[in-house]
Design a protein around this ligand. Structure first.
Ligand SMILES: NC(=O)c1ccc[n+]([C@@H]2O[C@H](COP(=O)([O-])OP(=O)(O)OC[C@H]3O[C@@H](n4cnc5c(N)ncnc54)[C@H](OP(=O)(O)O)[C@@H]3O)[C@@H](O)[C@H]2O)c1
Length: 262
C-alpha cells in the first residue's frame, strides 16, 4: 500500500522513520517534503492533488485548522484517508472527505523507533464499517490500515470521544518523561553527580523500567512494591514525591491539555 503523507513536520517525520519504507510526501515547504522523501527513499510531490492521485492511503499530518483547506486541495475521490489530527473527530473527517473510507489515529513520537503507542478511533466508519458497509473489501482495508499503524508500536482501539484524552496521555508523554528525567538528573547534580553520567543512569533506568512494566502486564504497583521495602529508602522517596503533589500535577496537566483544546 503506497502511503502519501500530507504535511511533513515533526510527526510525519516520526511516522516515516518508523515505517522505514518509500513514501510519497507533500508540504507547502517543498524542501521539507524533499528531505523527508530523500531520507526514506520516497518521492516529494508538488501538490496535495498530485499526491492524492498517486497514493493508496492519504495520511493527514498537517495541523487540525488546515482540514478543510487540505481537503479542498485533495479534491474528490475514493482513496482512503487516515488522520492523525488532534481534536478532529471522525465526524469532522467524514464531513471533509465524503465518500472515502476514513480512519482516525493518534500516534506518539516514539513511533519513530517503533516503540510508540498509537490509538485508533473505533466506531461507524472506523474499524467497524466503511461507507460501503462491512463487506469483505472494506474489512480487508480496515485490517490493512490498522496493520500499518500497528507496525509502529502498540495499537489500542478506543471510542472516538476518548481520543483526545488518550492524546493527553501518550502524545504529550515524551515531553513529560523528558522533564521528569531532567528533574531527576538535576537532583543528582545538586548532590554531586556529573550531568552526563546522571542522564545515563536516569534514562537507562527509565527504559529498563518501561520494559519491566511490560513484562509484568503493566502492573505499576507490582514494580513499585519490588523496589519499596517497608520503611525503606524508596518508600521514603515515593512518600516525598506524593507529598509534593506528583499525582495532582499529572492530573492537572491532563486537564490543562484538554481545557486548552476546547
Ligand atoms: N507532534 C505530536 O506529538 C503529535 C502527536 C499526535 C498528533 N499530532 C498531530 O499531528 C499533526 C502534525 O503535528 P506536527 O507536530 O507534526 O506539526 P508540524 O511539525 O507543524 O507539521 C505540520 C506540517 O504540515 C504542513 N502543512 C501546512 N499546510 C499544509 C497543506 N495545505 N498541505 C500539506 N502540508 C501542510 C506544515 O507546513 P507549514 O509549517 O508551512 O505550515 C508542516 O510542515 C497535527 O494535526 C497534530 O495535532 C501531533
Amino acid at each position: 500500500m503506497q502511503i502519501g503523507l500530507i504535511g511533513c513536520g515533526n510527526m510525519a517525520r516520526a511516522l516515516a522513520r518508523g515505517w522505514g519504507r518509500p513514501l510519497l510526501c507533500s508540504d507547502p515547504i517543498a524542501e521539507r517534503a524533499r528531505s523527508l522523501a530523500a531520507e526514506v527513499g520516497g518521492e516529494a510531490l508538488a501538490s496535495n492533488a498530485e499526491l492524492a492521485a498517486r497514493a493508496d492511503l492519504l495520511v493527514l499530518c498537517h495541523k487540525p485548522a488546515q482540514l478543510e483547506a487540505v481537503a479542498a486541495e485533495v479534491g474528490s475521490g475514493t482513496t482512503p484517508v487516515a488522520s492523525i489530527l488532534a481534536v478532529t473527530p471522525l465526524a469532522a473527517l467524514r464531513g471533509a472527505y465524503p465518500g472515502r473510507p476514513v480512519y482516525r489515529f493518534i500516534p506518539s513520537l516514539p513511533v519513530e523507533v517503533r516503540q510508540g503507542a498509537v490509538v485508533q478511533a473505533a466506531g461507524p466508519g472506523g474499524l467497524d464499517a466503511g461507507p460501503a458497509g462491512a463487506d469483505a473489501d472494506s474489512e480487508a482495508l480496515d485490517a490493512a490500515v490498522a496493520g500499518l499503524f500497528a507496525e509502529l508500536g502498540t495499537l489500542v482501539v478506543l471510542d472516538d470521544a476518548l481520543l483526545d484524552v488518550a492524546m493527553g496521555l501518550m502524545s504529550c508523554a515524551p515531553a513529560y518523561v523528558a522533564l521528569v528525567a531532567e528533574a531527576q538528573v538535576d537532583a543528582g547534580v545538586r548532590r554531586g553527580i556529573p550531568a552526563a553520567q546522571g542522564a545515563e543512569l536516569v534514562v537507562q533506568t527509565l527504559a529498563g523500567t518501561a520494559e519491566l512494566l511490560r513484562r509484568r502486564d503493566y502492573d505499576t504497583m507490582a514494580v513499585r512494591r519490588e523496589v519499596s521495602s517497608p520503611g525503606g529508602l524508596t518508600a521514603r522517596g515515593v512518600d516525598a514525591l506524593e507529598r509534593a503533589g506528583l499525582r495532582r500535577a499529572f492530573s492537572d496537566a491532563l486537564d490543562a491539555v484538554l481545557q486548552e483544546r476546547r
